[in-house]
Design a protein around this ligand. Sequence first.
Ligand SMILES: Nc1ncnc2c1ncn2[C@@H]1O[C@H](COP(=O)(O)OP(=O)(O)OP(=O)(O)O)[C@@H](O)[C@H]1O
Ligand SMILES: [Mg+2]
Length: 278
Amino acid sequence: MSDPSTRASRALPLTLRGVGRRFERDVLRGVDLEVEAGEIVAVLGPSGCGKSTLLRQLGGLDSPDTGTVLIDDSPAQPADQRCAVAFQEPRLLPWRTLRDNVALGLPTTRTKLSKQQRHDRLTELLDLVHLGTAGHHRPREVSGGMAQRASLARALARRPSVLLLDEPFGALDALTRLRMQDLLLDVHDEVPTTVVLVTHDVDEALYLADRIVLLADLAQSAGGAGSVTRIATVPGTRRRDRDAPELAQLRHELYEGLGVFRAHAGNTTTSTLTATSA
Ligand SMILES: Nc1ncnc2c1ncn2[C@@H]1O[C@H](COP(=O)(O)OP(=O)(O)OP(=O)(O)O)[C@@H](O)[C@H]1O
Ligand SMILES: [Mg+2]
């Protein structure tokens, strides 16, 4: 479909070693994490614990005070071009069409892409996120889910090796959110990227991720404890059955880790949890 010269760079691995970041207080401390090329890793943690800060270190949008962040063995650069970021709010320019907003994500070295290549690439990107017939609309004319899909397409436009997603579906209604999760898996199948996804949604993390990193709020932890309290491998492989019994134990443990107890969980879940944790 696309010209081979403009094809994606491959998905790249990420390494964090002893990463720490301090603002008025320590926000991140001693973060060690290896993310394999092509892996999807979800980051969970209470509000304010430093999830976005961690993502910013990975994308070179902020620098750690201690430790190193490597993308494929070379340090993350300021606003690293190997990464793309998408946020909870789509951040589209309201006066531009969706297509023109997606175009903003294309490589700025325009000489690399002919007019035809740009056209083809944009069409391909809009198709990828099921906006093939909506590219002429402006953001105010489309739903939140459509705007978020355009934002995802813009992030993918320069074929990043690493996709950093900061609560990308957080503002969407429940049904659209589930659809977006499947879309993300479709995109990940189609475009080789390493994905780090910040989310507050335990079930979203269990559905999408290969592994889940649980971060603690250092303001609440004692002594010199590190930020990462747990790195869990999610049982099974992606496109899991959302209700798979083998996820119940980890779901329970993650809620516990977040300080949320599922006292009011449905009977089925509660009995499963009791059975698996006995
Ligand atoms: N540039 C900054 N200057 C000062 N403090 C900052 C800065 N960026 C983040 N912080 C502080 O670091 C802490 C962690 O912020 P961060 O946005 O990473 O949390 P978060 O886990 O993403 O929270 P949420 O789930 O609410 O999005 C907060 O106390 C925040 O105020
Ligand atoms: Mg955040």
